[in-house]
Design a protein around this ligand. Structure first.
Ligand code: PMV
Length: 338
């Protein structure tokens, strides 16, 4: 069984220089989560094609969600030069259709389970001996979903775009132990998002704000890394918010006028900022390609922040997670992918 956690981006991957090669326009940085993960099991089969079920429901290759998954499986088989077919079962640890980006954990776990089965590896060490270390796993998983590559390592992870598609690289910048960051995910809307992140990447490069974003990003990236190095939560938090708002400004100002943050998101962020000021809370927000809000803070802030949020909103759904270790792989002897 392959277990791969999700991640939350501090500097967003937003835009591709080359869609086919999954080459991003900019370097990105994220925190690998812990409790929000996908578990995937792969078994060898005599069937003529792959099969895949998510949370007990089979996904057909011609379904909107299924197409990307089956395409990635054929890509992996081609990379390994194998004709073997596999049967996958996959489960998310977090509520499904919750509008939380699950593609990072999903494609990460799919890649890891497939490679373990293709190479008959029982754990990460055996997989590494076959030539598939974390960097290689990252390079392969990004073809399913770009953000998946950062989930292949724990702690705080950077994905460098590099000067060519071939020189892009994923590496751990800080281990989990460096900083006890937590993520309170506030679920404002639990319906699946209407606009995919693929559409967002395509639209981003056409925004009139995109060139300015590219110009400012290296400095924002360096300042954020400085703040993380110094464990300076306030400096870190202001940069985190600046980056999230900038990414969403780019999405909204593109020709297509993509809107991921809704009225509810804005209303919540305004209220949250008011509460932060009133109670002196050291917590900061970021949003991915969806309406839900991630509140990032140190472990010591979680209890108070949760209490204050529940006082203000009696029905608020909050998922709590923290910085994590990265993927794991355990395959039982009796069957591949068990
Ligand atoms: O990996 P994708 O193609 O689903 O893109 C992810 C985009 C964001 O989640 C918005 C940002 C990021 O870096 O994770």
């Amino acid at each position: 069984m392959a277990q791969v956690p999700s991640n939350i981006a501090f500097i967003k991957y937003w835009g591709k220089r080359d869609e086919k090669k999954q080459w991003p326009t900019n370097d990105s940085l994220s925190m690998t989560l812990s409790g929000m993960f996908t578990r995937t099991t792969a078994r060898l089969t005599d069937a003529h094609d792959f099969s895949f079920a998510l949370n007990g429901t089979p996904l057909a290759p011609d379904s909107a969600k299924g197409a990307k998954i089956y395409r990635h499986l054929h890509f992996l088989a081609h990379e390994l030069g194998t004709r073997q077919k596999l049967d996958f079962t996959s489960f998310n640890s977090f509520p499904t259709a919750c509008g939380i980006a699950s593609s990072a954990s999903g494609f990460g776990a799919l890649t890891l389970a497939a490679l373990a089965a293709f190479t008959d590896s029982k754990n990460l060490e055996e997989l590494q001996q076959q030539g598939f270390d974390a960097k290689k796993l990252a390079q392969l998983s990004r073809h399913g979903s770009g953000s998946a590559c950062r989930s292949m390592m724990g702690g705080i992870v950077q994905w460098q775009a590099g000067a060519t598609p071939e020189s892009q690289a994923v590496s751990q910048l800080f281990s989990r132990e460096h900083w006890d960051l937590n993520d309170l995910i506030v679920i404002l809307d639990d319906t699946p998002k209407a606009v995919s992140s693929s559409d967002g990447h395509r639209a981003a490069v056409k925004s009139p704000l995109f060139a300015e974003r590219m110009e400012r990003l290296p400095h924002r990236f360096a300042s954020l890394v400085e703040a993380i190095t110094a464990r300076d939560i306030d400096k870190f938090g202001l940069l985190l918010e600046e980056e999230a708002l900038n990414m969403h400004a780019v999405a909204e100002s593109s020709d297509e006028g993509l809107r991921y943050m809704t009225e509810k998101t804005h209303a919540f962020i305004n209220k949250f900022k008011e509460l932060r000021k009133r109670w002196g809370l050291q917590a900061y927000f970021t949003c991915d390609a969806g309406p839900n809000v991630h509140l990032i803070c140190e472990a010591k802030t979680v209890e108070n922040l949760t209490k204050i949020l529940h006082q203000e909103y009696t029905q608020l759904k909050i998922l709590h997670d923290e910085i994590g270790e990265g993927p794991s792989l355990q395959v039982a002897d009796q069957g591949i992918g068990q």
